[in-house]
Design a binder for this molecule. Structure first.
Ligand SMILES: C[S@@+](CC[C@H](N)C(=O)[O-])C[C@H]1O[C@@H](n2cnc3c(N)ncnc32)[C@H](O)[C@@H]1O
Length: 266
């Protein structure tokens, strides 16, 4: 999957975690991420003031054009200067957290409309991006939430987005947990995570283990990406609900028109 903004295209994300940091090295060799060794690599909500200022200056607060107008988010929009600039001028890793993807929109809509699914439950949002689905879980009354994303900047954006919605920030974990044993969660939610075949295979295995170890419920939002529709996971899915995507999301996503929530039952 490639991210197109203002007519330019970001390369597909690095599946390898180290890719995030390779881009963070300036020509003088100094790491650009001041929080590289900070609690952000684990869990925490401390915002580096410089990074906070950068995110606030280069994103727009919006609740328009998505399936969940209840949630306000800092996103990269045509009103932001980097929308129009060459992709290589963006000084950090590709900003996938700055887009609210159709898969995440569908799961978030479903949680907001069906708070019983999350109320009093522990929820892991895997590949959280802007954090909208974790925010929807919190709005629905989840008792414990963890947002996980391998991009440390996503971690900061998620905390800012919590504050925007008057929510106490929940923990964010920015390491790759797909190599680790599964903790016990009542519900794992994933929005638009099946965009790469190798990642899809790893996720499938990890989610199966999660289900068999803890009977965790797994909800997946996807707008019909080929890496998902053509994956063997299809035999273990039950359709929950399909949403028609709003026009702005269709435009940003090359004409995708719907997004579906699936229940994974291996
Ligand atoms: C297409 S975005 C979806 C973001 C969000 N769920 C949404 O729907 O708006 C995929 C996200 O997954 C993250 N990601 C990729 N590989 C990951 C991994 N192994 N573990 C956790 N996050 C990962 C990326 O950094 C990115 O933010």
């Amino acid at each position: 999957m490639a991210l197109s903004l203002g007519g330019r295209t970001f390369a597909p994300f690095p599946v390898n975690h180290s890719g995030v940091f390779l881009k963070a090295v300036r020509s003088n060799g100094l790491p650009l991420f001041p929080w590289r060794h900070s609690p952000w690599r684990r869990t925490g909500n401390v915002l580096d003031p410089e990074m906070k200022a950068f995110l606030e200056e280069n994103t727009e607060v919006t609740n328009r054009g998505s399936l969940t107008p209840e949630i306000r988010l800092r996103l990269l929009t045509p009103r932001c200067k980097f929308w129009w600039q060459r992709a290589d001028l963006w000084p950090y890793s590709d900003p996938y957290w700055a887009v609210y993807w159709p898969g995440g929109q569908a799961v978030s809509r479903y949680l907001l409309d069906n708070p019983d699914v999350v109320r009093g439950r522990s929820v892991l949002d895997l590949g959280s991006g802007c954090g909208a689905t974790a925010i929807a879980a919190k709005m629905g009354g989840a008792s414990k939430i963890l947002a996980n994303d391998i991009d440390p900047i996503a971690g900061m954006a998620i905390t800012l987005n919590c504050e925007l919605n008057q929510l106490n920030p929940f923990p964010v974990l920015t390491k790759n947990i797909l190599d680790l044993e599964q903790d016990k969660w009542d519900l794992v939610v994933l929005g638009d995570m099946f965009y790469d075949e190798d990642l899809a295979d790893s996720l499938h295995q990890w989610l199966k283990n999660c289900f068999w170890a803890h009977r965790t419920r797994v909800l997946i939002g996807d707008p019909g990406r080929p890496q998902f529709s053509g994956h063997s996971i299809q035999h273990q899915l039950h359709k929950v609900v399909e949403y028609s995507l709003p026009e702005p999301t269709r435009k940003e996503n090359n004409g995708l028109t719907t997004s579906t929530v699936w229940d994974f039952r291996p």
